[in-house]
Design a binder for this molecule. Structure first.
Ligand code: FE2
Length: 558
């Protein structure tokens, strides 16, 4: 009698989920998968559901991940979740946690529950992905966000020391004095939604530049009393920002009721309020980084957690410390990235290894074949021609056209980095206006980013460093020459592109003197396009001139 024993000798299939304490009211739901060939795939639920910042249960993205790898859920060895559990939920099974779900997730909650998923702590997972992408062996990792749960306790950040993958928490910061939520509260006071409009607050801040010194000093004094007061790496009480709260299952839906902030709203223009909040958070971080570095003696510093989407703050940190410290800003620092972080943590636990290279490219989604593209095109009345995509892109952009560039695997995270991008000339203000008003249909003051080829970065930027992710701002040398990509303060948030990262896109940018306007391929309020159909709908619903999709030039019929 033979006994057949199956021994798995290779790596594991790990599925990572970032989903706010399983509940229908989360945000930034994402899924990542590391397969047994060490290939990483990742996608946010919003790309498939087409709901911006979708926080629902990731039915679509789990299925999409499995389909991409031709796997079934039974083939997955481990499911991990990048959110910690509150104390009262520790020990609960996924089945119990999902019991509040609507019926439409019924089959999947059962299937996932059978996998007995592991919940990893929140800031810890922000630290894991930031550290893993940085390539550092030893590092100080600073995590700050709106909030999360570690060790069963809500918090708004933490600092960690990492040595060859071993992450040791040094300190967590309390939830009731969250830098992320305070900046979010100011964002609401400025008229933008919290958890979504913080980038707009950052953008309007420099528009207060002509305000009087007296006004600025006065409002900054007020803002010092609103923001939590860090002293060293300890946070001191200011009373915190007050919110009204509605509890729905595990999630709190908040709105600001802080009288100090509401009073500011009555007294000052939103640009000035944004300016004061931006300056305050920059000042806090500069002091905080200085103290944390002094305390730990570390020269390598990683930043992770949602507040590091603030690229102007990142720029100030870089300007303050870049000459003596090695800094890395996690490009997927918000909760999207914790799906990858959860996978990396589980991989580390199983193998002691980090499976991703430093500065990994974020082309982690799906690509689409010519057949899939042609199938989608049949649903539209567009003209299609096969062309040389690089030459055609250069030619069209040179002629002043605004084009969609849809190539290869989609980017993970909030930026279009040359797979799902809208491209235009950076050299005239009119292109900023056209892309804002006629293509993306959003506010005229919203700035755009440039992609710059690495060899030319010092031609366009002051003190450039390698920055491939649009997460770090730089002062431009001659912002007046590139008004479509320079903000009012002369800064820009570039993607600095090496040839081997995206050869076709590199050739396009090179052919346009090394710099191009590159914005994510979506309309205002929409997620970035994922499929050919999504891209074609964007062409149909905007005044974009054409799309280059694989080798097809797609234009309206005249
Ligand atoms: Fe977070």
């Amino acid at each position: 009698m033979f006994l057949l024993i199956s021994i798995k000798t290779n790596f594991m299939n790990i599925l990572g989920i970032s989903h706010l304490a399983p509940s229908p009211f989360g945000h930034y739901t994402s899924v990542a998968m590391l397969n047994d060939n060490s290939n990483l795939f990742a996608i946010s639920e919003e790309r498939l559901s087409r709901i911006k910042n979708d926080g629902g249960y990731p039915s679509n993205s789990i299925q999409f991940c499995l389909n991409q790898h031709n796997l079934r859920l039974d083939d997955i060895d481990n499911v991990t979740v990048g959110y910690g559990l509150e104390k009262q939920h520790i020990g609960q099974t996924m089945k119990e946690k999902f019991s509040c779900y609507a019926k439409d997730t019924g089959y999947k909650k059962t299937a996932i529950e059978r996998k007995n998923p592991i919940f990893y702590d929140h800031q810890y997972i922000h630290a894991r992905i930031g550290y893993s992408l940085s390539g550092f062996k030893k590092a100080l990792v600073i995590c700050l966000d709106g909030g999360g749960i570690d060790n069963g306790e809500p918090n708004s950040g933490g600092i960690f020391l990492v040595d060859h993958g071993d992450i040791q928490p040094i300190k967590y910061f309390p939830m009731y004095q969250s830098l992320g939520l305070t900046y979010g509260a100011v964002t609401e006071v400025c008229g933008f939604p919290m958890s979504e409009g913080e980038g707009k607050t950052m953008t309007i801040a420099p528009m207060a530049k002509n305000e009087s010194k007296t006004n600025k000093e006065k409002i900054y004094g007020h803002m010092c009393k609103v923001f939590p007061n860090f002293k060293g790496i300890d946070v001191k009480s200011n009373g915190g920002v007050a919110f009204t709260s509605i509890f729905l299952h595990d999630t709190t839906i908040t709105s600001v009721e802080d009288t100090r902030l509401l009073l500011l709203k009555r007294l000052y223009h939103k640009n000035l309020i944004a300016w004061a909040a931006q300056k305050r958070i920059e000042d806090i971080l500069i002091d905080f980084v200085s103290k944390a570095v002094d305390m730990t003696g570390m020269k390598n510093v990683v930043f992770s957690g949602g507040i590091f989407l603030n690229m102007i703050m990142n720029m100030k940190i870089q300007q303050g410390f870049g000459d003596r410290l090695n800094l890395f800003f996690n490009p997927v620092c918000s909760d999207h990235g914790n799906a990858i972080g959860a996978v990396l943590e589980e991989c580390y636990q199983q193998t002691g290894k980090n499976p991703i290279p430093p500065y990994m490219s974020l082309y982690l989604g799906s690509s689409y074949s010519d057949e899939e593209i042609l199938f989608s095109i049949k649903k539209f009345n567009f003209k299609v021609n096969k062309v040389n995509k690089v030459d055609t892109a250069i030619d069209l952009v040179e002629k002043g056209k605004v084009i969609g560039w849809f190539q290869g695997r989609s980017e993970f995270g909030p930026r279009g980095l040359g797979s799902r991008s809208i491209l235009a000339l950076p050299t005239e203000q009119k292109y900023k206006d056209i892309v804002n008003e006629k293509v993306k249909k959003r506010e005229p003051w919203r700035p755009f980013c440039p992609t710059i080829i690495e060899e030319k970065s010092s031609e366009f930027l002051k003190n450039p460093s390698y920055a491939p992710y649009m997460i770090l701002g730089f002062q431009m040398k001659n912002p007046e020459l590139y008004p479509a990509v320079a903000h009012i303060d002369g800064t820009c948030r570039p993607q600095i592109l090496k040839r081997d990262v995206n050869p076709d896109f590199y050739e396009v940018v090179k052919g346009l003197d090394g710099i191009i306007l590159n914005t994510s391929f979506n309309l205002a309020g929409d997620p970035i396009v994922e499929t050919p159909y999504d891209a074609l709908m964007t062409l149909k619903n905007s005044e974009m001139d054409a799309i280059l999709m694989n080798d097809f030039l797609i234009e309206r019929c005249t």
